[in-house]
Design a protein around this ligand. Structure first.
Ligand SMILES: [Fe+2]
Length: 201
């Protein structure tokens, strides 16, 4: 039984990545870029290896729940209507469910990171409205990196913003959406990784 589970775990991760890529190529590229910066952030925060490993996996799979979002919502070029936005927000819960069915019990923290990767520092995020340090550190890290990459990537409904524009917007969200400590750390990490300034995708 143990070896079967080990094999499942080994195979599940690339399988999920491949499934996500088939669903939406942008999401796959976005998750790869977010993963690189999130791991750099984790190192900057001196996360221990097990926590860093969970952050690495969660950052690559944070949007895997978008597999469960309908095309007319996921790929809609314009602004989402309130009902559509609720459907989109559900991707964090879909993702938690998928990962819980995939990983061994000792990786339940990955499922938790995925569930809470859109919680905001002031409690205005989703799905549970957690605030401050009630939000796991890995989720606070993921939020700033995710927001940066979403802004600096081109999408059908917006042109990519420059590094300076994105940093200015992030700075305006410190204390509301973003953890001040995470933003400060991110400023240092991104300055040391200039290749990450422009995604090119
Ligand atoms: Fe997300």
């Amino acid at each position: 039984m143990g070896s079967r589970f080990a094999a499942d775990q080994k195979n599940a991760y690339p399988s999920l990545i491949a499934a996500l890529c088939e669903r939406d190529a942008y999401t796959r590229g976005h998750c790869d870029r977010v993963c690189l910066l999130a791991v750099e952030m984790g190192r900057a925060f001196d996360l221990a290896d097990p926590a860093l490993d969970s952050l690495r996996i969660a950052s690559q799979l944070h949007d895997v729940g978008k597999i469960g979002v309908r095309d007319n919502v996921l790929l809609k070029p314009g602004k989402l209507q309130p009902g559509e936005w609720e459907e989109m927000k559900a991707h964090s819960i879909h993702g938690e469910r998928i990962i819980k069915e995939t990983f061994l019990l000792n990786k339940l923290d990955v499922a938790s990171i995925v569930r809470h990767h859109h919680e905001a520092f002031d409690g205005s995020g989703y799905p549970d409205g957690l605030a401050g340090t009630m939000i796991p550190l890995s989720c606070r890290i993921l939020l700033v990196v995710d927001a940066y990459d979403a802004m600096t990537s081109g999408r059908p409904y917006h042109h990519p913003r420059s590094h300076i524009e994105a940093m200015t917007i992030l700075e305006s969200e410190v204390g509301t959406k973003l953890d001040p400590e995470c933003f400060e750390m991110f400023s240092g990490v991104i300055a040391r990784n200039p290749d990450s300034h422009v995604s090119g995708l």
